[in-house]
Write a protein that binds this ligand. Structure first.
Ligand code: MLT
Length: 264
């Protein structure tokens, strides 16, 4: 489906009935990342998975900030007449989830923060992003995919699941260059959100991957300590994309969390 927004057309999946769950993909992904979760929760929830601006079918101009992505999501909720949601954000989607908390917290009933962090970029990460922008502009998305794929999936997946490695590489290689550049610039300039964590007073689940070298579990644990009452799960044999590497385990902890929170 395509929703007209003030800023950009947003392509999204919107399936199922029940309490709404919104899934925000990471970088440089698209909404297809959430297929294992949408199919698992569609029988008990309304599952909304947008392509963030500049990715997948959302072809609008890239944002200049993570806050802009958050405002796009809030606008999509308005367009769908959804008041409040469980928000699930993976990696960059988690940065956006924290921006949603900063800017639109009245819309959030619970949070799932997967493979993400609350700190801002270090100078080293910013320099790496700048180099990736140059690669994207000079060599295109496939070159970016070649550089990113190693850190996306855990050692177990890379050794045992070549089909998933190929499918993930395909998704990365399809990301449009303007979307890649816009997201990298937005991430480089995002503020530190550590101070925000103590204000989070909705049920929160934090998921990390034992083999995630991109955002190690130790960083996720810091968020867990700062969010009172949060639940923390480290999934074994999973890298940065545990929702596709270990979908049953991811869905299990998410399902338990939602049930405990009285949500779905
Ligand atoms: C992601 O998966 O969204 C990225 O790893 C986030 C980042 O580069 O910080």
């Amino acid at each position: 489906m395509i929703a007209r927004s003030t800023f950009a057309p947003t392509a999204y999946d919107d399936v199922g009935d029940g309490p709404p769950i919104v899934f925000l993909h990471g970088f440089p992904h698209d909404r297809s990342l959430w297929a294992p979760q949408v199919s698992a929760f569609v029988d008990r929830a309304r599952c909304v998975a947008p392509d963030l601006r500049g990715f997948g079918g959302s072809t609008g101009p890239p944002p200049c900030s993570i806050d802009q992505y958050a405002d796009d999501v809030a606008e999509l909720l308005d367009a769908l007449a959804i008041t409040d949601v469980v928000l699930v954000g993976l990696s960059m989607g988690g940065y956006i989830a924290l921006a949603m908390w900063r800017r639109h917290r009245d819309r959030l009933r619970a949070l799932v923060l997967a493979h993400t962090r609350a700190t801002a970029d270090t100078p080293e990460i910013r320099a790496r992003r700048q180099r990736l922008i140059e690669v994207a502009r000079s060599e295109g998305s496939r070159a970016v995919a070649d550089l990113q794929i190693g850190a996306m999936l855990g050692a177990t997946t890379r050794a045992k699941n070549p089909a998933l490695v190929a499918a993930t590489h395909r998704m990365l290689a399809l990301a449009p260059v303007p979307g890649i550049v816009g997201a990298l610039e937005a991430m480089m300039h995002r503020p530190d959100s550590m101070g925000l964590l103590s204000t989070i007073d909705v049920p929160t689940l934090i998921i990390a991957g034992e083999e995630d070298t991109s955002i190690p579990a130790s960083e996720a644990r810091v968020m867990h300590k700062a969010i009172a009452g949060s639940r923390f799960e480290v999934l074994p044999a999973a890298g940065h994309l545990s929702n596709v590497e270990r979908p049953a385990a991811f869905n299990h902890v998410m399902g338990e969390f939602l049930a405990q929170a009285g949500y779905a």
